[in-house]
Each structure stands twice: as structure tokens, then as C-alpha cells.
Design a protein around this ligand. Sequence first.
Ligand SMILES: NC(=O)c1ccc[n+]([C@@H]2O[C@H](COP(=O)([O-])OP(=O)(O)OC[C@H]3O[C@@H](n4cnc5c(N)ncnc54)[C@H](O)[C@@H]3O)[C@@H](O)[C@H]2O)c1
Length: 320
Amino acid sequence: MTTETMQTAAVVGSGYMGGGIAQVLALAGLRVGLADQDYETAQRNYERLVSQAVILEQDGMFAAGSAEKIRHNLWVPESLEQAVADVDYVTEAVPEVLEIKLTMLARIAASCRADTVIGTNTSAIPIETLSQVVTNPERFLGVHWMNPAPFIPGVEIIPATRTSEQTVIAAEKLMLRLGKIATRVSDSPGFVANRLQFALYREAVDMLESGVATAEQIDAVVSSTFGFRLALFGPIAIADMAGLDVYAGAYTTLEKAYGEKFRAPALMTEAVEAGHLGVKSGSGLRGINPADVPALVAYRERAYAALAELRRKLGPAPGL
Ligand SMILES: NC(=O)c1ccc[n+]([C@@H]2O[C@H](COP(=O)([O-])OP(=O)(O)OC[C@H]3O[C@@H](n4cnc5c(N)ncnc54)[C@H](O)[C@@H]3O)[C@@H](O)[C@H]2O)c1
């Protein structure tokens, strides 16, 4: 099965995430069956996805003709079994409850072709755990989208131990065809995105609970300072640009105050001890080539200026 031949798909769990994923698949020309707890729920979600697409098209966020494409390419089969029966790709987006996921994945695997690629959109459950109920597990993997699916560029691709390389490549090619940035990551709970996202959230709520800052203050600081940078660079590159010696100094203070959880990471400490401080010394954890630094810094300033301008144009988020 090559991605070029993928023409049909099913989305099981047509809620918030499944609905957005279905829209993206439909916009790329795939015929997509929507399945949910029952026919009526799937039908309601179909209507919602079409009317949402009409508004997004009117507002210029979907190209002209998108709503019609979505109306035409989505359909509501009588049952889950009918939805997955003869499709090239199935994505599961039912609630993040292990028992529900296991039940639904077993049903999907039993009802689709042996060569149908099956992706789960789980946020944090190891793919290995879910793969236990999937027959022909070589065609099963994690394909983790972020919300809202039509607009967030990245998708995590997570193979389990028995996932075939052919399946991973097929999923990566499909994401590329959908215009997404697919990054292959290993199968650990929360993968990359949610392990980081949830670590940040836990610390933010700790600060809120202990009265360090209000919710408004936390959100304002994050979105206008280091969170602003994260729209363009990852934390490893940002640390290399800041200087790992600077990070080491800050960790000394943080560990004294908050203990073990803020101990400086060993890999970073070793880099500092070896004099590898990031772009200022010519090497850090991203291994940026010193010859690329002037162009990187110029790009960074241009990108931050453009992002700051976009924020000014958009103005504050309503209600926040
Ligand atoms: N909400 C997010 O931001 C987000 C982001 C990435 C991943 N996810 C993951 O995506 C999955 C779905 O989350 P969501 O936010 O779309 O939830 P949701 O509640 O909006 O949608 C879940 C859908 O599954 C349906 N459903 C429930 N039980 C079912 C069953 N037994 N069979 C078929 N359908 C069933 C519900 O009716 C609903 O339409 C979860 O695994 C979640 O962790 C969510």
C-alpha cells in the first residue's frame, strides 16, 4: 500500500479531534467515513463539520470550494464496521480512556482489511499497549495530531515495536500529502509533545495554587516571553542560543529553591564542563555549525519581528 493509492479513510470518534482530522483528509481529496457511538452522533458531527467549514471558508481560513469538498467527501456510514470495511486508512479518535480505546481498536482491526493502516490519536497512552488488541499489528501506529487539526502544522508519528517500516513511511507520506510536518518519535508515555506540555502545565498550576502568580499573569508572561519564542524554535535550540552556562547558573538557584525536579540535566552540565556553551562557543546540544550562526541569528531576529507584528495585528484574544 503506497500513500499515493490512499483514497479512502474512516475516522472513528468524530468529535473535536476526529472531526478536524476528517476535514483535513477530506480537503486532500480522500473519501472519509465518519463513525461514532451511534449513527445519529456521527450524522450530527457531519453537519457540524460542514457548517464549520462554511464559516472558515467565508472568513478566508479555508480556500474557496473547501466547504463543498468537505460536504462531498465526508459521509456517514450506518455503522463503524461499514465505515472501516474497505478503506486505506483509519484514524481512531475516541476518548482518552484505555478501555474505550482497546475496545474500539479491536473492533476496527477485526472489521477492516489486513493492509489498512490504522493510526491512533491517543494523547499519552503507549502505542505498544494499544497494539496488543490490533490484529496484524504491523499496520498500526500512533499518528498524534494537535488541536485544531486543520491549522496546527505538526503531527507526531509513533511506531510500536511491531509496526512495519512500510506502515511508518505510508503514514509519513500521507501527512506530507496533507501538508503536515510529520516527526517520528519513540513510543514513551506522552510522546514528546504532551510530556513537555503537561510538565509546563503542572508547574503553572502549582504556581497558581501557591499564589506565586494569578492565572492571567502566568498566561501573559508565557505567551509574551518564552512561549512566544517556542512558536519558532524548540527548547534545545533556544538554550543553545541563550548559552548553556546561563542555564547552568539558573538551575543552581532553582534546585536550591525547588529541589530535585530542578536539578540541572546531566547532559547539559557535561556540555558546560567541556566548554560547549551553545552558539557563543561554537557547540551545544543542537550541534549548530558555527558557520551557520550569523544566518541563524539574522533569521531569528526577522522571525521574531514578524511574529511580534502578527501579534499586534491580531490584538488580544477575546475573553482572555
Ligand atoms: N482535545 C485535544 O486537544 C486533543 C489533542 C490531541 C489528541 N487528543 C486525543 O484525541 C482523542 C479524542 O479527543 P477529543 O478531544 O476529540 O474528544 P471528544 O470528546 O471531542 O471526541 C470523542 C468522540 O468519540 C466519540 N465516542 C465516545 N465513545 C465512543 C465509542 N465507544 N465509539 C465511537 N466513538 C466514541 C464521542 O461521541 C466523541 O464524538 C483522545 O484520545 C484525546 O486524548 C485530543
